[in-house]
Design a protein around this ligand. Structure first.
Ligand code: SAM
Ligand code: SF4
Ligand code: SF4
Length: 347
């Protein structure tokens, strides 16, 4: 399917990047600030592979704050309306507050969010908000400490993560919780997680376990589908599907009928959403990925000293994009693809 070079005006008054080969416009950017992490989630960075001796990217090879801001500005000029800071664990990036403040300076309208495991959030929540962050998504895969720790690959205290979520909300940040469910490991936590979020009024989003990367040993039989999770949640109340606010939203939103609270499902495996995928990703070392399941990225560092060439290159890469891996999963075309790791390309 070829679109020609359709362009669309964007709110900043410029003309956005052309639509890609599947008529999708560039609207979201995930910017990775580091590949390091203080957890070893078994579905992302399994401890047996990423042990004490594993060498992450050296600091000198990470994008600098100035380079990150240049990329943010260029993507906004090309039509990006939402930037999510991620990693690895973005709270491990020492210049995080400075980076957020500088990206906020690029555009007051930008929706600026961060995904975190929450471990280091409470003391920094107010500073993040004051710097211009709008929202945080906090990952937590169980309320039972043993199960959550098993998923996280390190001993964690889920009560403390819930307190971190409360601290972020009190600081003024929008808060959602994310939980990956893996069959036979933490499916027992669906109800406790939902209960904890319902009690506190947090939107919880269940993420289907994905075959991202190549080291987590993913198998289709490990996946608990969004549909199965919704059936489990029926013990609380009926769920009503909500219409998407934005067609590019990754989560399908539902409402508990008894209390009106929203709950979301990211169903990349059972109900792929490639058709509305308007996201690009930049790794902490400055590589562009146009799909979470890309085999490799395009290095952007050589272009960072030439903003006009950078802008033209990004627009051209977006226009050439034809990614739709989740629609190919399980087919012979999908099985040929070896993916980059999520913690490396920015989850
Ligand atoms: N460290 C931060 C965190 O965990 O929130 C940000 C980076 S992490 C890669 C971003 C999100 O990706 C987390 O919500 C995590 O649960 C999710 N994730 C990682 N590996 C996954 C997998 N194989 N399947 C589904 N979600 C995954
Ligand atoms: Fe770290 Fe996030 Fe990956 Fe867990 S999911 S290992 S917290 S980067
Ligand atoms: Fe987007 Fe790739 Fe995921 Fe499809 S598989 S929704 S194109 S990131």
């Amino acid at each position: 399917m070829t679109s020609g070079a359709k362009t669309k005006p964007v709110p900043n008054g410029k003309v956005s990047a052309s639509a890609d080969q599947r008529e999708r416009y560039l609207r979201d950017l995930r910017l990775s600030l580091t590949d390091r992490c203080n957890l070893r989630c078994q579905y992302c960075m399994p401890e047996d592979i990423f042990g004490e001796r594993f060498r992450f990217t050296q600091r000198k090879d990470l994008l600098t704050p100035e380079q990150l801001v240049l990329l943010a500005r260029t993507f906004v000029e090309l039509g990006v309306e939402k930037i999510r800071l991620t990693g690895g664990e973005p709270l491990l990036r020492p210049e995080l507050i400075e980076i957020i403040a500088a990206i906020r300076n690029v555009s007051a309208e930008l929706d600026l969010a961060l995904t975190t495991n929450g471990l280091q959030l409470p003391p920094r929540a107010s500073a993040l908000y004051r710097a211009g962050l709008d929202r945080v998504n906090i990952s937590l895969d169980g309320i039972n400490a043993d199960v959550a720790s098993k998923m996280a690959g390190r001993k964690i205290n889920p009560g403390q993560i819930l307190e971190a979520a409360e601290a972020a909300r009190s600081a003024g940040l929008g808060v959602k919780l994310n939980a990956v469910i893996k069959k036979g490991v933490n499916d027992s936590e669906i109800i406790p997680l939902a209960h904890a979020c319902r009690e506190r009024g947090f939107v919880l989003r269940f993420i289907e376990y994905m075959d991202v990367g190549s080291v987590n040993g993913w198998s289709p039989s490990d996946v608990v589908s969004g549909k199965q999770i919704r059936e489990t949640l029926n013990v609380f109340s009926d769920l009503t599907a909500l219409s998407p606010i934005n067609p590019s939203d990754v989560a399908r939103s539902y409402r508990y009928e008894d209390n009106g609270l929203e709950v979301g499902f990211i169903e990349s495996v059972s109900r792929p959403f490639c058709g509305g995928c308007t996201r690009a990703r930049i790794s902490a070392t400055g590589e562009l990925f146009t799909c979470l399941f890309s085999q490799s990225g395009t290095p952007l560092k050589p272009l960072l000293s030439q903003p006009e060439r950078l802008r033209a290159h990004l627009a051209q890469r977006w226009q050439a994009r034809d990614d739709h891996y989740s629609e190919l999963r399980g087919t012979s075309a999908g099985s040929m693809i070896r993916h980059e790791e999520m913690w490396r390309l920015g989850g």
